[in-house]
Ligand binder design. Structure first.
Ligand code: ADP
Ligand code: MG
Length: 578
């Protein structure tokens, strides 16, 4: 302790810069944000060597006087915020007054700028945070900021940079996200000698999305528009038939700020639940307008994270808006699935009571107003796929995973795991925890991690509903009193951990019906017959009979298909019979 000392300014600056400037992408983000805040209608971004050698961002915004240029790269200098209370009414992307200073302290930076009130512009050169020169310079109104040799004086950070190709890719993605959110601004992006993007000013969101993702994607998008109290939502989403292998195509903007947040992705996932296959992701570009006093953008120096005063309301708005869009704008099959899912989620029951959800079918086949809660039979009457319990012939099992049956003269394959999952899930939901229990007279207490313990204690009743009766034991353990899961099928302790993990995975408290559904899905997945499990003829017969006795067996609760019918047409096409 005796060696305690105050850090010098240079070290403080470099440490602070580390929080904001991680890679070329962070520099480009800060410089584009400044150009937008300056009211620019044209922004040009150039990089070379993935931004490691050079990043140049030029704009035609309001520019700066020579005095302002000198101030701009000092620590905590901003023209956007005067007092902490201003955060509540913030209209700009920047407000911390740290970006230029941080970039300047880890690079060689040249700022050239001119505003309308000055005849001539000025140029400031800084090396590693130290001003080298300030001189007059000719240029039109606006600002150009050049950043050379990023991290030249912090080699440890330089080492963490990816290949130039990979850094270029992430900068290009970032620029494209700004292009989508600001269609009125003309953007260009040049990498070395190659022009990657060049757009006109005054375009539409659709035009920009089409430019970035291609016409084919845009042709399959639905427009979404909704509001809930003071929160407005606008955007575009893919029909459930169009999915992607990762979340690259999920972009969220809050008050025109690019945001990465679990509340938003979970809401989208929940809205698509049961409609797309597990592990696939929808395309979503969503713009949310939320009053500044309902969010906190000052969570992280890079300002890409956000805290909501009412995250549940944001979840609810996104979920409902997406589901309503499916019902109003998609095909009859999707519409039916959405209806069914809504009935399963008890959403319609609630909406009839609270008068908040007004839906009507685009196709006119299934009509629903807020005062009317559809019965399950409406949906099952209209559901295609006409299998019945006594109307199939079992052929056998393949790869210990797929069951082949003959049905109306056609071969059809059933995935044994997902079929079993659907049966168990439906049963759990129907019986709501009233399934036969196996009572354990003597069980060893199960010790769980501390953070999971309190979650489980808060949700004892919910866990009982999905089949496990547990009792707290000591400071961080539980005894399992009874279980619907037969001991040979599953280790009750591992089930307990899976349930707790599911409960804690959302960053906020999910509505109870959604959470319960997630727990049913987890339980069903764990209890189901697994792929790779050899089954006797009797077991297969029972599984298929039970499946066909269910009202809904199109997909498993995660959305994976259960049955694949090999039609005559398909066989004909395989064998090139026209
Ligand atoms: P912040 O954006 O949080 O205010 P920065 O360090 O990014 O902090 O910028 C400091 C100040 O420099 C800004 O508040 C603004 O006044 C000025 N500035 C930076 N970039 C530009 C630009 N492209 N055009 C006009 N002024 C700029
Ligand atoms: Mg800024």
């Amino acid at each position: 302790m005796s060696n305690i000392k105050i850090l010098d300014e240079d070290t403080i600056s470099k440490i602070a810069a580390g929080e904001i400037i991680e890679r070329p992408l962070s520099v480009v983000k800060e410089l584009i944000e400044n150009a937008i805040d300056a009211g620019s209608s044209e922004i040009a971004v150039e990089i070379s060597d993935g931004g490691k050698k050079l990043i140049r961002v030029s704009d035609n915004g309001q520019g700066m006087t020579d005095g302002e240029i000198k101030l701009s790269a000092q620590r905590h200098t901003t023209s956007k915020l005067g007092h902490i209370d201003d955060l509540r009414t913030l209209q700009t992307l920047g407000f911390r007054g740290e970006a230029l200073h941080s970039i300047a302290s880890v690079s060689k930076m040249i700022i050239t700028s001119k505003n309308t009130s000055n005849e001539i512009g000025a140029q400031l050169q800084i090396m590693g945070g130290k001003i080298i020169s300030v001189k007059p310079c000719a240029r039109n109104k606006g600002t150009t900021i050049e950043v050379e040799n990023l991290f030249f004086n912090t080699p440890a950070r330089f080492k963490f940079l990816h290949s130039s190709q990979s850094e270029t890719k992430s900068v290009a993605t970032l620029v494209s996200h700004f292009m989508i959110c600001y269609p009125l601004i003309a953007f260009s992006f040049i990498n070395g000698d190659a022009t990657i993007y060049k757009t006109e000013p005054n375009e539409t969101y659709q035009k920009r999305i089409s430019y970035v993702f291609g016409k084919d994607v845009v042709g399959n998008l639905l427009e979404v528009k909704s509001n809930l109290r003071k929160v407005q939502l606008y955007g575009f989403l893919s029909k459930p038939a169009i999915t992607f292998p990762n979340r690259r195509f999920q972009i969220f903007y809050i008050n025109n700020r690019l945001i990465k947040d679990k509340t938003l992705t979970i809401a989208v996932d929940t809205a698509y639940r049961g409609l797309i296959t597990n592990g696939r992701y929808a395309f979503t570009v969503l713009f949310l307008d939320i009053p500044s006093d309902e969010i906190d953008v000052n969570v992280h120096p890079a300002k890409t994270e956000i805290r909501f005063v009412n995250s549940h309301e944001v979840h609810s708005l996104i979920y409902r808006a997406i589901r309503e869009t499916f019902i109003l704008q998609t095909d009859v099959e999707t519409e039916k699935k959405v209806f069914l899912q809504l009935v399963e989620d008890d959403i319609l029951k609630n909406s009839a009571k609270t008068d908040t959800l007004k839906l009507s079918s685009a196709q006119g086949e299934l009509k629903l107003a807020h005062s009317h809660t559809p019965q399950r039979s409406i949906i099952s009457d209209n559901t295609a796929t006409s299998y019945s319990v006594n109307n199939f012939e079992l052929i056998g099992q393949f790869f210990d995973t797929f069951i082949l049956i003959k049905m109306k003269g056609c071969p059809a394959f059933i995935d044994q795991h997902v079929a079993s999952e659907r049966i168990i899930y439906n049963r759990l939901k129907r019986e709501k925890g009233a399934l036969p229990q196996q009572i354990f007279l003597l069980t060893e207490p199960v010790e769980v991690p501390h953070y999971i313990y309190s979650t489980l204690v808060e949700n004892l009743q919910l866990i009982k509903t999905v089949g496990l009766e547990i009792e707290p034991f000591g400071e961080r353990a539980f005894v399992i009193r009874s279980s619907i899961h037969s001991a040979c099928m599953l280790d009750a302790a591992s089930m307990l951990i899976s349930l707790a993990t599911e409960i804690t995975s959302a960053p906020y408290k999910l509505p109870e019906n959604i959470l319960l559904d997630k727990l049913y899905t987890t339980t069903a997945c764990k209890l189901a017959i697994q792929a790779g499990q050899a089954l006797s003829k009797e077991e297969m017969q029972k599984l298929v009979e039970e499946l066909f006795a269910e009202e809904y067996y199109d997909t498993c609760p995660h959305g994976r298909p259960i049955i694949f019918e090999v039609s005559r047409n398909l066989l004909n096409s395989w064998f090139k019979r026209t």
